[in-house]
Write a protein of this length. Sequence first.
Length: 257
Amino acid sequence: MRCQYCGREAQPGQVYCECGHPISLSGDTGFQQQGGGFPQGVFPQGGFQQGFTPDGRDIYSLQKKAGMGLGAKILIVILILALLGGGGFLAYKFIKGRDPLDEDSWKKIDKAEFSITLPSSMKESDNIVDIGSGYKRLGFYKGDKTAAYLAKYDNTNVTAMIKSKGIEGTKQYFIDYLKKKKINNHQLEPKVRGDLVTVEYPVQRKNYIKDTDKLWMLDATLVTDTYAYEIEFFCAESEKDKYIDAMYKWADSFKAK
């Protein structure tokens, strides 16, 4: 006769298999009948009790322990996979959030004198030398790959020009002035983009972005009925084709108050 649980060959008169299960003759009771009754210790006086292995170990407890061990292992694996998945997702979001081209990471910055939408990777910083007299600095924002400098013309000549020439006349003055200029041997080509006058050219600036001082700048001028604003955006000169479209979008989002 073989054990119905593990298939081992049972010896005559053997009550329990080496695997710890009771050997059944009938196949449905789970116990071997001896002398018209059940083995001693299986149904002791006072009620039902589970069987024991030949060395006295409680079969039910052994089975329960083995089952809990497997369940615990499965639970641990599930928890590890969940942690890895969650950690991977957070890492992905962190890395993606540092990419200035990820528009989902862009946020609106609302200040007393202006508002603008920039990547969350660009943080406000004081690490800059102002661009010169005649400007009121509004803010400088920088990240590893891009930067933005915002200023307002603090010049009585410009405000007087706006009063005399109006917005369109002042914009045309800036266009004519920029057309005559070369910067770093680069002939400027100003363009009108909505309310902005824009121009691009190479510059050298320290501490604007990481790893290089050779930058490409998008310079945008906004003229309102009272003031003119200069908004500058920067990336590495070697990566201008990668970032220029995004910089134009940031420029378009600038609003003076």
